[in-house]
Ligand binder design. Sequence first.
Ligand SMILES: [Fe+2]
Length: 240
Amino acid sequence: MRILILADIHANWPALEAIVRHESFDECWCVGDIVDYGPFARECVDWVRENCRVVVRGNHDHAVAHFVNGRGDEGYRYLARVTREWMWKQLTADQLRFLMKLPVTRDVTCFNRIVHLVHATPRDPLDEYLGANERQWADRLKQVPAQLVCVGHTHVPFLLEVDGRAVLNPGSVGQPRDGDPRASYAVIEDGRIELLRREYPLDQTVDAIRHTDWPDRAKELAIATLTCGGMRQALRVGSP
Ligand SMILES: [Fe+2]
């Protein structure tokens, strides 16, 4: 049994396609944030809907589905605000309904273990940012009767052991933020967990962004972020 774990796809179909075309898997689970930031919302929502056995809602899925306006004129908030308005023009009512009905958490039994899936953390399922901090995760796992917790949200992959349990963040398929622009994901095979990266045709995503009606500043910011593997990295090299 080989399970593909995906998170933070963010409407980047070439990145998603590169993974699912080359990886063999029996099941796919998605830990949220299918939409915002990228130019291929329809393709990504349809693929997840048709192919993922388990899907939980991310903060961006929630905001798009509930028509929450983005706020902010800088950084990721600015990019989310601009691309969210575009999401509403791209997605069908049926696709928005799919996002709206996604559960915030799911528990799955797999390899004789309980796996808890949540986009951010069990304490704050949609919004809390928590990286590979063992002490803080020990606190967040107190009320969670699972041996494995799968999360996303930070766009930075990690596999952490906490009091004999594991917390897995597969990183971001469509907008990595750890300085490595390759698509990030994880595979669980017979209970063994592996963090993986895959090159994808970034030029296809860049080309699609250039053909949107986003403001030029948003286009350049989105492209630099994807090219550098994060906005911080992009600003450091002075791209946008
Ligand atoms: Fe995200």
